[in-house]
Design a protein around this ligand. Sequence first.
Ligand SMILES: [Cu+2]
Length: 463
Amino acid sequence: MTWGVASAFANDGDIVPCADRSVTAAAVSNRQDIQAFVQCAYEYVQEMGFDEARRAFNEDERWLTGPTYVFVDEVTAARVDARAFVFPPDPSLEGQPWGPLLDAFGDYYEEVYRLMGTVGIDEGWIYYAFRNPATGRDEPKASYIKRLDWDGTPAVIGAGVYSRDLPGTCEPSEVHAVGLESHPSPMRLAEFVRCAAMELETGGYLGIRALTSDPRWRHQSIYLFGLDIYGNTIFTGDPHSLWYGGAVSEVNTNADGPFLGRDVIGVGDAFGETSLYYSARNPFSGAMQDKAAFVKRVVISGLPILIGSGYYSPAAAPDMSSLTVDIHATGSGAKLGSVLVEDTADGARFTPNLSGLTAGEHGFHVHVNPDCGMSGQNAGGHYDPANTGSHEGPDGNGHLGDLPRLAVDGGGMATVPVVARRVRVSDVVGRSLMIHAGGDNYSDMPAALGGGGARVACGIASR
Ligand SMILES: [Cu+2]
């Protein structure tokens, strides 16, 4: 097992010089524009001096008319003492310490000082909640900031936008679990978590439901989790938690865990956001795999928590030729045993080791979705990649997911293997195995879908 703690931050790459890409406030329409806009403002300060730059940022259309403006703030550890050097929304504040005004956007200063003071980067994106003067509400905002010497004082120059004003910043079409799953990278992961953190800060506890169930935030091995100050998982999109009726522990805080025995919020306070490396069960593969996670401290309803997500190391991908599927009763959730699925020369062999079923034959199928919730209804229909729409049993040409009937003895046990000649293990992964109350007529006549009736037992086929 590997683990570690590190601060991580990445910007979007090299910044083009202002001369090559002159941008006005009115023309800003994406993240790269904001970066170029800040670069131009920075160069303007270098060329024209502090007094002219302050005048221009407050008065000239180029810097002021559009969805953004230029700000310059002092960087100091005592954030209430930090002075505003340029603040076009209220120029009367310029030269004054923010002081108690920080209450409305303390997150901003925490981020500025953390990045410039603690992490020590020279420029990058920050994400925080800020009072939107247009609506009077605190809303998610993203700003690009760059280190600047303002007349002998450490400062940052920056510009930002509210997420709804700027396509490309936490846009649902750009930041989503599918993208992170298919192209995992530290930068994508950090953006994913930061955008989720903004949703949480805006929506509070009401936002958790979406963060743990919406496909934007949950896909295959990707999900979000929240940790309290003791490291307990207080919410999670991990599909395994559906089975157990509560949150599966994402991390442990023991001396050998990813937090190295430190308390979680201590880590959050020290870093604000942090990368973590540990081993965890990948809900999509079912295997213990190395995981690269990223957590960010947020405060909701007055309480600090860490929100995080992570992706799994593909190098740890397991052998794909067999799979064990745990089977649970759909009603009580009780575990009934498991089914071993193996590739053989004759097709996939399903070897059950189950108890607690009713005697006789039971319809047995691969259903589409890896989800046994709602009494098995969430699993959807029989797996039918060729869209035949026809239930014909294991030797027909209909649903690929039509398996041979499962035999249960008088003691309620199923141990007799069945072989489905058209099926491979890879067809089963990422779907579910379903056992019905009744048998299977291998036809849609006289009863549709084999006539097996209620879905009594189910298992998610993940590794
Ligand atoms: Cu079925």
